[in-house]
Design a protein around this ligand. Structure first.
Ligand SMILES: [Fe+2]
Length: 591
């Protein structure tokens, strides 16, 4: 039985193919179209899924769309109506976009996939998030929490998963949204909404949460976890281009300029910012204020999630928790939920944002609509497209790219380890690309975590990222306890997907400065031999050589571009950056 799940038309578009309850393929559309966060109908991702499954559209037994377009349209219209005429523009724009494709998704699917209308189903946005977490988890029974910007009406839900069923117990509705609160600060701090939330999280440890009380003026939470925003401070519900208003600015001051460099007295001033400005001290102080705001919204977000989780535990008595929705990508909050609530185990869907809704929709179809039993557990994120050795070879030869082909990993892996030890930055491309926003060793850029200079080198030569953002480590799951406060690491599922921030052991911090954040934490990925044997071997060999069984791992892309999919994109990224070595499967290319 083949079920296709689709999510699109809002944030990240994606498709996923489920065969007899097992995922066969899943990918976000942006990897194919090279348009970051592409939300258009995911034709390329669908074609990839069907190709991988060896089927055509007409062979599908079911197609499930991740949300209900009419409900969503109703929400957009009725919230625009409430504040009309101030919301005239939202009203007009939504009429125009919704009356073209969005309401006619059934027709679109029928036409593009040639499936009968009776085979097309619609899930609910938050139910898709819930299904993407619970049905991928190893738990027979679990509490479920979904938190995002907004779906149709819901912005957060909680419930219980039991076998093949999910019951939503409570939902919080638009415009009261924790995700939109965080995004409002993302915009205020000069970053792009739906993209810069990580930057706010990375900026927070440079600040002190001095404005927590001010943030609590914007949101009130009840002991049962439900929350309300004070809409006097926001404009996202009636505007398409601004999220906060003058009253918000009165409270927090002038917004940060998007083009301004962010640096504080403790962040350092990287060489690639150019010459130090003459008013360096004044600017550093000003940025400190913004870092304090980032720290404050981060703390409040964590507190809201902790209260929700504690309540959910009280109400369900369960020890396992599943999470999805964009806010579940807040890896600092995930770490606190596991440490500070009675939940002992947490599973987060790696594509926690809307792309993940494609997997959730397909699983909803299989288990909830058709009542089929569960057998699948998502133990890794390698569900994207793969390129075989022959294909890579042909590509390199056709394009006359000088390379060495090393069939034996006994030779290849020590060679890569030598390069990393020598301070080189390595593009590491193998197998199927990852599902979700993180690169986990199949489309990664790797470097030596021991070098204090490495963060700046990777930033300067390749990523051009903000200097305050930490790089993450990939490390051997069985050696985790030596370096991190992570007891029983195999049970920490979010660490499989780099969705989990923990403390680096104090005595180890100086040994791995390139991946230790300013507050002594790291957002880590655990690597298991059974799941990623070749990547595991690479890290193990590096560990044998250096005593440090981990590597700095950042995604294989340039700033503003999606993570690479094909060998050609990897080569182009390699050529346009200061990367030193590129490994495409068994092929090594050096500059
Ligand atoms: Fe969502």
């Amino acid at each position: 039985m083949n079920i296709l799940g689709i999510s699109c038309f809002f944030h990240d578009a994606a498709a996923a193919l489920l065969r007899d309850g097992e995922i066969i393929a899943a990918a976000e559309e942006e990897r194919f179209t090279r348009k970051k966060h592409d939300y258009s109908f995911p034709l390329n991702a669908i074609e990839f899924c069907l190709r991988t499954g060896g089927i055509r559209g007409e062979d599908l037994d079911l197609v499930v769309f991740f949300e209900k377009p009419f409900l969503k349209f109703e929400r957009i219209l009725s919230s625009a109506m409430q504040t009309f005429p101030r919301s005239r523009q939202v009203f007009q724009e939504s009429m125009i976009t919704w009356l073209t494709d969005k309401l006619w998704i059934k027709g679109l699917i029928r036409q593009k996939l040639r499936v009968a209308e009776s085979k097309i189903l619609f899930s609910d946005h938050h139910l898709s998030h819930a299904a993407s977490a619970f049905f991928c988890s190893p738990f027979e029974k679990a509490a479920i929490l979904t938190v995002d910007g907004v779906g149709e009406w819901a912005t957060a839900t909680y419930g219980v998963g039991n076998g093949t069923d999910i019951k939503i117990l409570r939902e919080i509705r638009f415009a009261h949204s924790l995700g939109l609160l965080y995004s409002t600060f993302t915009a205020f701090l000069g970053f792009e909404v739906n993209e810069g939330e990580y930057k706010v999280m990375g900026m927070a440890p440079f600040g002190r949460p001095r404005y927590v009380e001010k943030v609590w003026k914007l949101i009130q939470q009840e002991p049962d976890g439900s929350f309300r925003l004070n809409m006097e401070y926001f404009s996202f519900h009636r505007s398409t281009h601004s999220t906060y208003n003058n009253k918000f600015v009165d409270l927090f001051g002038r917004p940060r300029h998007p083009k301004a460099h962010f640096f504080t007295p403790s962040s350092g001033y990287p060489a690639y910012f150019g010459e130090r400005p003459s008013d360096y001290d004044g600017l550093a102080r000003e940025n400190q204020h913004y870092a304090d705001i980032a720290a404050s919204i981060q703390v409040v977000t964590e507190e809201v999630l902790l209260t929700l989780a504690r309540h959910l535990h009280r109400e369900t008595g369960l020890r396992q928790l599943c999470m999805a929705g964009g806010v579940a990508l807040n890896s600092v909050a995930n770490g606190r939920i596991l440490r500070e609530t009675p939940f002992d185990e947490l599973f987060v869907q790696p594509a926690a944002g809307d792309g993940g809704g494609a997997v959730g929709a397909a699983l909803f179809g299989y288990h909830m609509a058709l009542g089929k039993p569960r057998e699948f557990v998502m133990r890794h994120a390698y569900w994207g497209q793969e390129y075989g050795s022959a294909e890579v070879d042909a590509f390199l030869k056709t394009n006359g790219v000088a390379h060495t082909r090393i069939e034996n990993d006994d030779t290849l892996i020590p060679r890569v380890v030598d390069a990393i030890q020598a301070g080189k930055v390595v593009g590491w491309f193998q197998g199927r690309f990852e599902w979700g926003p993180r690169a986990l060793g199949n489309r990664s850029i790797l470097a030596d975590p021991r070098s204090p200079a490495m963060k700046d080198i990777v930033n300067t030569k390749i990523k051009f990222r903000e200097p305050f953002r930490p790089f993450a480590p990939s490390f051997l799951v069985d050696r985790a306890a030596d370096f991190f406060d992570l007891p029983d690491p195999r049970r920490h599922y979010p660490a499989l997907y780099m969705l989990y921030v923990v403390d680096v052991k104090e005595r180890q911090r100086d040994r791995i400065p390139a991946i230790t954040h300013i507050d002594g934490t790291a957002r880590l990925q655990t690597v298991d031999r059974d799941v990623a044997p070749r990547y595991h071997r690479l890290i193990e060999t590096f560990g044998d050589a250096t005593g440090v069984p981990l590597l700095l791992n950042t995604s294989f892309n340039l700033k503003g571009e999606p993570i690479v999919n094909t060998p050609a994109e990897a080569l182009s990224t390699f050529n346009r950056s200061g990367m030193d070595v590129l490994v495409l499967g068994q092929h090594v290319i050096e500059k």
